[in-house]
Design a protein around this ligand. Structure first.
Ligand code: HEC
Length: 150
């Protein structure tokens, strides 16, 4: 009997292991695509306005100061849940008006407080931006980030 592995046993472990992990990888990829995407995001609510809102978000580089789902800069509050923090789950109209008023009121100019710049959005861009924030709030992010305002 040979000491250690025979060549053919080593080959079988190599091919068997490669095949096993390849199948596992394929199964997890399929799981992410067909299952997780449908349970964690609201694809029906992904309207043209939400998509436009994401463009407004990107063009104006809100992420240079804010985080969204924990990603971005840590200068300003987390915004993936700002809809909820403005009471959007109980009273969507009030949350919409509140976020709109907040953005329109910038910069506040309060001494010693971090400032948000003014953005001169059209009503359409503002509505879409808020639709995007509302939609983002509906993503199942498993309560991430753990602190509500990031
Ligand atoms: C230059 C940095 C900067 C940029 C860029 C910026 N913000 Fe802000 N934002 C802030 C700061 C700082 C605050 C918190 C200010 C305060 O509390 O007085 C804030 C607060 C907010 C709030 C209120 C959050 C809360 O918890 O009450 C909203 C909503 C918001 N920003 C949306 C946006 C959007 C949308 C954009 C992009 C169009 C954007 N911000 C771009 C700095 C920025």
């Amino acid at each position: 009997m040979a000491d250690g592995l025979t060549k053919s046993a080593a080959r079988n472990i190599f091919y068997g292991g490669s095949l096993f992990f390849f199948l596992l990888f394929a199964a997890l990829t399929a799981h992410s695509h067909w299952y997780m995407v449908n349970v964690s995001t609201d694809s029906e609510g992904l309207t043209d306005s939400v998509k436009h809102g994401k463009e407004v978000w990107e063009k104006n580089m809100c992420i240079n100061c804010h985080t969204i789902m924990g990603e971005g800069a840590y200068f300003a509050p987390e915004l993936s849940n700002v809809w909820e923090r403005y009471g959007g789950l109980e009273n969507p109209e009030a949350a919409r008006a509140g976020i709109n008023a907040w953005i329109r009121a910038q910069p506040l100019g309060i001494e010693g407080r971090r400032q948000m710049p003014a953005f001169d959005f059209s009503e359409k861009d503002m509505n879409s931006l808020i639709d995007f924030l509302e939609w983002t709030n509906s993503i199942n992010d498993q309560d991430w980030p753990p602190h509500p305002a990031g």
